[in-house]
Design a protein around this ligand. Structure first.
Ligand code: DP6
Length: 320
């Protein structure tokens, strides 16, 4: 049996950083994100009893490096006695560069893997399965504004607003296209174990979530800007103060922040956020997208720009 699913990456406005249970990949904190519409990962999973082992191609190239993580995810989705699978992934944006490729990949893999094994799990079970593979992946199951919350011994996701409710735009300034040197899973553990700010971060997150949730529900752009930038800078401060320090930014990252500050000074409704990589995501009202894109494109060190609106959650494209 085979199934194909598509999922979009999401950008966290209130960040997930740190795990409360490493073995089960449970986050230490809740998070709020927006799902994008123009970037995507498409995953085809075909179980084949004739295959002796799982096979993976990413953008038509064999990829042995990623395979163990995907195989482990399929074991949980389809059960350990499943047949081997042919996994075909197509992604229209740079992988492992701080653009949430693992979120869209594991959300799509979970949905396709479940369908290809004849299962129809509900969103809670899908979130649990996707989150085990990558914490941020659970958020890409849903569209628009998504909140991920911790429950007693698991996670839950829910949609706060649909894309149509508040159609924000996102402009991504790529300052360095290659894969990052330290992955977010490893960097989170370095932060948890060594950063003097880590406990403060965990303790403060509920307040940030409450502020951002209210701002989203009220569509209060200024309030959302302030809390999202604060939460992002706090997350990076934890990393900078850890041992060894984890610094994802480069000079162009900083220049992009200055560009966003200049735009804000001119009255443009825009704010920045940065994940585990050097790219800057500028979130703005749709009418400002052209201005934001032009200003970031003109910022020295920016090598590419990608723009997107908000989109839907992971979905099946076909099963046979
Ligand atoms: C900075 O979801 O990639 O993007 O669960 O270890 O796979 P794992 O981590 P991952 O971390 C995302 C970190 C972040 C913030 C966020 O998306 O909330």
């Amino acid at each position: 049996m085979q199934a194909t699913a598509i999922a979009q990456p999401n950008i966290a406005l209130i960040k997930y950083w740190g795990k409360r249970d490493v073995a089960r990949n449970l986050p230490a904190v809740g998070s709020i994100s927006i799902t994008l519409c123009d970037l995507f990962t498409r995953m085809r999973v075909e179980f084949d009893a004739q295959l002796s082992a799982d096979e993976l191609t990413v953008n038509e190239m064999p990829d042995a490096g990623m395979l163990p993580r995907l195989s482990a995810c399929l074991d949980r989705v389809a059960g350990p006695r499943r047949s081997s699978a042919r996994i075909t992934s197509t992604c229209n944006f740079p992988i492992a560069a701080g653009l949430a490729s693992s979120a869209s990949s594991f959300a799509a893999l979970t949905v396709a893997g479940a369908a290809a094994s004849g299962r129809e799990p509900g969103v809670d079970e899908l979130a649990s399965l996707a989150g085990r593979a990558s914490g941020s992946a659970a958020r890409s199951l849903l569209g628009g504004f998504v909140e991920l919350s911790n429950s007693d011994d698991d996670i839950q996701v829910r949609e706060l607003l649909t894309p149509a409710d508040w159609p924000l735009a996102v402009v991504v300034a790529i300052t360095q296209p290659g894969p990052k040197r330290v992955g977010s899973t490893e960097a989170m553990e370095i932060s948890r174990k060594t950063s003097p700010f880590y406990t403060r971060w965990v303790d403060g997150q509920e307040q940030d979530l409450a502020t951002a949730r209210a701002a989203v529900l009220e569509r209060d752009f200024d309030r959302l800007s302030a809390i999202a930038e604060h939460n992002c800078l706090k997350m990076h401060s934890i990393m900078w103060a850890s041992r060894p320090p984890v610094v994802y930014w480069n000079a162009a990252t900083m220049r992009c922040l200055q560009t966003v500050r200049q735009l804000q000074g001119d009255g443009t409704p825009v704010f920045f956020t940065i994940d585990a990589g050097p790219q800057v995501k500028a979130v703005c009202l749709p009418e400002a997208a052209g201005r934001v894109e032009a200003a970031l494109r003109a910022t020295p060190g920016v090598v590419d720009i990608m723009s997107s609106g908000l989109g839907a959650g992971a979905r099946l494209e076909g099963v046979s």
